[in-house]
Design a protein around this ligand. Structure first.
Ligand SMILES: Nc1nc2c(ncn2[C@@H]2O[C@H](COP(=O)(O)OP(=O)(O)OP(=O)(O)O)[C@@H](O)[C@H]2O)c(=O)[nH]1
Ligand SMILES: [Mg+2]
Length: 242
């Protein structure tokens, strides 16, 4: 079945729709089409990965700032209660939707307090649909990541929503360019690699600096830029802004 058709069907079967967005780019990781399909009354927006934020962000009305990684017992309880408060049907079925890699499956595992759904750093981990029982009152559905058709590949890479395995260099150059223009990211990256980008003027310079710092060379003594590109993409997943 077409993924949007299946989404529609799953929405029909659920009482509450939980839209997970990335707290570092809340507006950029919302799914307006899906929000319209869900209707405002049963929609709960969770801005996940709040542990990666370095400054305050504005959360949409009725939304919550959460972290699947650092949530404690109280935060878990608070989230379960917030979901149950959306509807009186018991057991309630809540459907998780959102961009790839925003942490839908991680949040479900946090709620379930066990590894029920598959999680990985690669976008596109959840392939289809999975049902998970949280407790007697709550059952959740994990669904594959979705994004609007108009998204470009480089935007998806920036948002961590696309797996570019084998094509890292192309996207790393673009990313390095963006970093050079952004003082905050630049400083953050300098801290991460424990090096200075003072003399870096181009994206080539950034990738070369990474390879040098890590001592990555290929045969003949040339810097291993391909390895540096992979490293940059990997490290940027934890950036304070995206
Ligand atoms: N720092 C941080 N990382 C998180 C958090 N939640 C999830 N992650 C990481 O984000 C990556 C993606 O997590 P998943 O739970 O697989 O995301 P998903 O939305 O289910 O992804 P798809 O199934 O590919 O759509 C993994 O590397 C997680 O460890 C969080 O709150 N904080
Ligand atoms: Mg998943």
């Amino acid at each position: 079945m077409d993924k949007w058709k299946l989404l529609k069907k799953l929405m029909k079967e659920a009482q509450v729709i939980i839209e997970v967005v990335d707290a570092r780019d809340i507006e950029g990781t919302r799914l307006p089409i899906a929000e319209r399909m869900a209707g405002t009354n049963r929609l709960l927006i969770l801005a996940n990965k709040k542990d990666l934020l370095s400054e305050k962000v504005k959360v949409p009305r009725k939304g919550m700032l959460v972290s699947a990684k650092t949530a404690d017992k109280d935060e878990r309880k608070e989230l379960i209660n917030a979901i149950l408060a959306k509807n009186s049907t018991r057991p309630m079925r809540a459907l998780f939707i959102g961009y790839p890699n925003v942490g839908k499956s991680s949040l479900i595992n946090m709620l379930a307090h066990r590894k029920a759904a598959k999680v990985s750093a690669l976008a596109g981990t959840t392939k289809n649909v999975q049902w998970v029982r949280i407790n007697e009152e709550l059952q959740v559905t994990d669904y594959r990541g979705m994004f609007p058709d108009k998204e470009t590949r480089s935007e998806l890479v920036r948002k961590g929503a696309l797996d570019v395995h084998g094509d890292e260099e192309r996207y790393a150059y673009k990313l390095a360019d963006d970093i050079l223009k952004n003082q905050k990211l630049r400083t953050w990256l300098e801290g991460k690699y424990d090096f200075s980008l003072k003399d870096a003027k181009t994206s080539d310079d950034v990738l070369a600096a990474i390879a040098k710092r890590r001592n990555w060379y290929i045969k003949g003594g040339e810097l291993n830029i391909s390895e540096a590109a992979k490293s940059l993409l990997r490290i940027m997943r934890e950036a304070p802004e995206i």
